[in-house]
Design a protein around this ligand. Structure first.
Ligand code: UD2
Length: 319
């Protein structure tokens, strides 16, 4: 049975990974500084994990956390484009130096493989679709630069030190436990939580903006597949998405249909720096390590809406 470390375990993606890995029989250790994460995300599994409160830049704590670990799933980050624009230096610490800290600790501890939450932000807003891993990256925001620089550190640690690393470029992940409360929250989390409470959502732009919205189960599946594959994945980068794109207007209409929301939507000008369209080519992950889309957009929406329906508005507000 493998012993795994999840950084950022109390976040939306980290806590989902923890559940998936526990279900596979893994022994799960996690670290989090609770800066953007939330302990409520771990409520049902709290007693089954070795949870450590530590900062990703605390090399001593990260060294300790990597001791005896087979696989690291590095999810800790400040995952916000706008926040990185407001505070490039403050976000560079956790997002880039934090990744280097984890790589260094993993190398010293003899970890078998390290999986990294990379971002589709690396592609920038070049109009070419779908995005393939061979395209030249064109990061725009500090966040995109930080995440892309992390990928290069991974490749370096594989080449120079022989540590097996894999970068998974996530495309617009959504699902239960995603925090819907901030103005920077993912659009689907915002739409769903607002519409479940009968409040009016806002579309920035004319609604034709599109994204490759990816349900969280696909991310958990991808991480587990790539951790255990015997295919040559070390030092590589893979898109993790669905290979389909949905416009904001389509997303709004589907949510409306599922929730029975009877209100309207308001339109506002596009947000500064928004990318118009995003769509992934997922054939590399499919062919190299058997990734597949385990849950599509509609199924993901239904499950996410079910979750927000069961979560009271007060609990959402407290997130
Ligand atoms: C996502 C990721 C980000 C990074 C980036 C890569 C999230 C939350 N963010 O940013 O971390 O990886 O992709 O490019 O997954 N919008 C509305 N109404 C709202 C909120 C948003 O119309 O209430 C629009 C927004 O202006 C944008 C689209 O929805 O056009 C998606 O916004 P987002 O914040 O969910 O995600 P994105 O693609 O900016």
């Amino acid at each position: 049975m493998a012993t795994v470390l999840i950084t950022g375990i109390s976040g939306f993606i980290g806590s989902s990974l923890a559940r998936g890995l526990l279900a596979e029989g893994a022994s799960v250790r996690g670290i989090d500084n609770l800066c953007t994460g939330n302990l409520e995300n771990l409520e049902d599994i709290r007693t089954r994990i070795d949870l450590r409160r530590a900062d990703i830049l605390d090399i001593g704590a990260i060294n300790d956390a990597c001791d005896g670990i087979d696989y690291v799933f590095h999810q800790a980050a400040i995952p916000s484009v706008p926040k990185s624009v407001v505070d490039p230096m403050g976000t560079n610490g956790p997002n880039l130096n934090g990744t280097l800290t984890v790589l260094e600790a993993a190398r010293k501890a003899g970890v078998r493989r390290l999986m990294y939450a990379a971002s589709s932000a690396a592609y920038g807003d070049s109009p070419e679709l779908p995005k393939t891993e061979t395209m030249l990256p064109a990061p725009i925001s500090p966040y995109a630069v930080q995440k892309l620089a992390g990928e290069h550190y991974l490749a370096s640690y594989t080449r120079v030190f022989g540590l097996e690393t894999v970068a998974l470029r996530y495309f617009n992940i959504f699902g239960p436990r995603q925090d819907p409360t901030s103005q920077y929250s993912g659009v689907l989390a915002r739409f769903i939580s607002l519409m479940c409470q009968g409040e009016t959502p806002t579309i920035f732009g004319d609604g034709s903006t599109s994204r490759d919205f990816t349900y969280i189960d696909n991310v958990v599946h991808a991480n587990m597949m790539v951790a255990k594959t015997s295919a040559p994945v070390a030092g590589k980068v893979f898109n993790i998405a669905t290979g389909k794109r949905i416009t904001l207007l389509e997303a709004y209409q589907e949510i409306k249909q599922i929730t029975g929301y009877s209100g309207t939507v308001q339109f506002k000008p596009e947000r500064e720096g928004d990318i118009r369209h995003s769509l992934a080519d997922i054939s590399l992950a499919q062919s190299v390590f058997g990734y597949r889309v385990v849950a599509g957009f509609r199924e993901g929406l239904e499950k996410t809406i079910e979750y927000y329906r069961q979560t009271s508005p007060q609990a959402i507000a407290a997130l």
